[in-house]
Ligand binder design. Structure first.
Ligand code: HPA
Length: 260
């Protein structure tokens, strides 16, 4: 199997390994199922690119095999993951096109695998004080600043079950609870990465104001169109961030869980 140190998980609108040189498509069998990624090189770094919803966006958010995806990256040697996510915004200060390096989540999923630690595994309660790696967030913030890309250095991601969009009443509730952006994929991906002791960060791209905020119905096409306009920024930020990351890691992510 080809080795990679870093991974990019591409969310909605990010399906193309883009800048990777010498790309190899890999199908990785894990104890949790099969995962697909492309492994290649950028400025001397080995990077795995994994489109979360499949190459043609055929897997809906509630059916993504999150466990297979994270385990496949672990098995490939990946220690640090940068993930993209299309999100709706609940804040007028975060208009479509805004980037948010999220630092907290609120989990409103209902029916997804929660953990690697089941079926005879030891009972494990993983620390979620810093759910998205603080070191990677800081590095992304600094890289964005250097590139002249505006990215909010924090924000709370509300994860819903989907695949439907939210009702305006749900959005009002989430906003009152402290949510900033809403998406359908950060849970359980973030949690599973933490359970495996990986450094993981998400940059959310606002594609729309949330339901009930714009006066018009919300469509998936609107999300795709906005993503297509801004995906080049995300790509630039991620590849530059990885090019300037060290492989040696010193942060608490490795000791957050029983990372086996
Ligand atoms: N809600 C949930 N997920 C999303 C949205 C939204 O408004 N926009 C993009 N992904």
């Amino acid at each position: 199997m080809v080795h990679a140190d870093y991974a990019i998980i591409g969310g909605t609108g990010v399906y193309d390994p883009a800048l990777l040189n010498n790309p190899h498509e890999e199908q990785i069998e894990t104890a949790y199922g099969v995962a697909h990624c492309t492994i290649g090189e950028y400025k001397g770094k080995q990077i795995a690119f994994m489109p979360r919803h499949g190459k043609a966006h055929h897997v809906p958010p509630h059916q993504v095999n999150y466990k297979a995806n994270i385990q496949a990256l672990v098995d490939s040697g990946v220690k640090q993951i940068l993930a993209t996510a299309a999100v709706g915004s609940m804040r007028q200060t975060l208009p479509p096109g805004a980037l948010v390096i999220v630092d907290q989540f609120l989990d409103f999923t209902k029916n997804r695998p929660l953990t690697f630690f089941e079926d005879g595994e030891p009972v494990t309660h993983t620390d979620m004080t810093d759910p998205y790696c603080g070191r990677l967030r800081h590095h992304l913030s600094q890289t964005a600043e250097r590139l002249g890309i505006h990215a909010a250095p924090g924000g709370t991601y509300v994860c819903t079950e989907g695949p439907r969009f939210e009702s305006p009443a749900e959005i009002r509730m989430f906003a009152q609870l402290g949510g900033d952006v809403v998406g359908m994929t950060s849970i359980p991906e973030t949690v599973l990465a933490k359970e495996r002791g990986l450094c993981y960060a998400t940059v959310a791209m606002v594609t729309n104001y949330c339901a009930g905020m714009s006066g018009a119905p919300l469509t998936h096409q609107e999300v795709l169109d906005e993503m297509a306009q801004n995906v080049h920024l995300m790509r630039k930020l991620f590849f530059e961030a990885i090019a300037t990351l060290e492989t040696g890691i010193s942060c608490t992510c490795q000791s957050s869980a029983g990372n086996m």
